[in-house]
Design a binder for this molecule. Structure first.
Ligand code: SF4
Length: 428
């Protein structure tokens, strides 16, 4: 076990932590056992395991709702969230850790949620050599020495008392990169660490918001939805069988991809920078549940395929081992992309024909020319006219054409604008 050289904390010392300040400001304890509001404040304890802090960065860029709205309590109906975050909090040292101790001892006077970023390492492996993988704060041992408290241990201590445990990012949800083949840490996701029987104080299993890094809005939106439920102002949001917010992770990337039309017509990019579907240079979008293409990375901007990148499956429990090696066509894509290519070779020419037809004003057909100063527009060939003759018949089969053509219907009393009448008669 590691020995720490920091000066011992005086046991009788009372620390001025944020949680204590709020407890003094709000002396009347809020309901902690009942899942329905009204709640004035909710504490959020952010723990980091094997993490790169990418989830923190993603959440700090969230816009809808923004993190600042949650932290200032300005979102209608939602309680103020008091965030205890190892990087974002202004407190440090023992005062910062004191907040976690108050939560562990049930002395916050308000409900709290635990948010875990990064995967949970197997600390028993590190302990064998007297070290630790990820820790937050220290505690005094009976012999006077101090030991770092692993974040995995904080998770174990706080999870049963938390209103909800939220795993953010693929490392925390499914183990992610730190749990990839060959890792020495025994890393795993929060769900694997706490087990299938885990339920929070409010009866919820672990909530999983995957992504490497996740879409920040996916996190803040889910937190807001859960808080609305706890306030009694909304239904419990729908989660799938893996604890993902169902409305965010039901569809595949491919369903909403800006390049899906190219896939459907069997047109594929050959190299990065091409604008077509990226499946043949390594995109796994058709089988990956993620909303990055519709939600964007930040503020509805960016997001893998929107900016030319392939999908490497970072939201999925099988990531990264089941998606490696990256930047190669997924094995199953050969069947589906060749089928698209075959169907597309039939559909594409027909669509181009219709597109050329729809690209003409009806007036240009009457005058027989396109008055464009930008370039010569080719007139339709006899074949195209013939195709459209039959297409037109089919389109208006047992349907009325737009516009009124009978003068009696056009104006009351059968009146017709003289110039229009003249043109009509001239056409006969
Ligand atoms: Fe689907 Fe990927 Fe192609 Fe987009 S780029 S259409 S997600 S395969």
């Amino acid at each position: 076990m590691a020995t720490v050289l920091t000066p011992p904390i005086a046991p009788e010392q009372t620390l001025e932590s944020t949680a204590r300040v709020f407890l003094e400001r709000e002396p009347k304890p809020q309901p902690q056992e009942v899942p329905f509001g009204p709640l004035r404040v909710v504490h959020a304890f952010w723990l980091a395991g094997m993490s790169c802090d990418g989830c923190t960065i993603a959440v700090s860029g969230a816009t809808n709702p923004g993190l600042e709205g949650l932290l200032t309590g300005t979102l209608p109906g939602l309680p103020k969230v008091i965030l205890h975050h190892p990087v974002l909090s202004v407190e440090a040292g023992d005062e910062f850790v004191e907040n976690f101790r108050l939560a562990e001892e049930g002395k916050l006077g308000a409900p709290f949620v635990v948010i875990f970023e990064g995967s949970v390492p197997d600390e028993s492996i590190a302990e064998e050599t007297g070290g630790y993988w990820a820790a937050l704060g220290v505690e005094r041992l009976p012999d006077g020495r101090h030991r770092p408290i692993p974040t995995a241990e904080w998770l174990r201590r706080l999870a049963p008392k938390a209103a909800a445990v939220i795993a953010i990012g693929t490392c925390a949800t499914w183990g992610g990169i730190p749990a990839a083949a060959g890792n020495p840490t025994g890393a795993m996701g929060v769900m694997d660490f706490l087990g299938a029987d885990y339920r929070s104080a409010f009866g919820l299993p672990v909530i999983n918001i995957p992504g490497c890094s996740p879409v920040g809005d996916n996190f803040t939106e889910t937190v807001a939805a859960v808080l609305l439920f706890l306030q009694g102002l909304g239904p419990l949001p729908e989660f799938d069988e893996l604890g993902r917010p169902a409305w965010l992770f039901r569809d595949t990337v491919h369903h909403r991809c800006v390049r899906a039309g190219f896939y459907e017509e069997g047109i594929f990019a050959r190299e990065y920078g091409d604008r077509e579907c990226l499946v043949e240079i390594g995109c796994w979008g058709p089988v990956v549940q993620c909303n990055i293409t519709s939600r964007g990375a930040i503020n509805h901007m960016g997001g893998c395929m929107n900016v030319g990148g392939i999908c490497i499956g970072c939201t999925m429990p099988g990531f990264p081992d089941r998606f490696s090696p990256f930047y190669q066509a997924p094995p199953g894509s050969m069947i589906s992309s060749n089928t698209s290519r075959l169907v597309g070779s039939l559909i594409r020419p027909l669509r181009r024909l219709s597109m050329r037809y729809a690209n003409r004003e009806p007036r240009w057909d009457e005058t027989g020319r396109v008055p464009s100063g930008w370039g010569h527009v080719k007139e339709p060939s006899i074949f195209e006219r013939a195709v459209h003759f039959f297409y037109d018949k089919w389109q208006f089969w047992s349907a009325e054409r737009p516009g009124r053509t009978d003068p009696k219907e056009m104006y009351a009393g059968g009146y017709e604008v003289p110039a229009v009448r003249k043109r009509r008669e001239a056409r006969r």
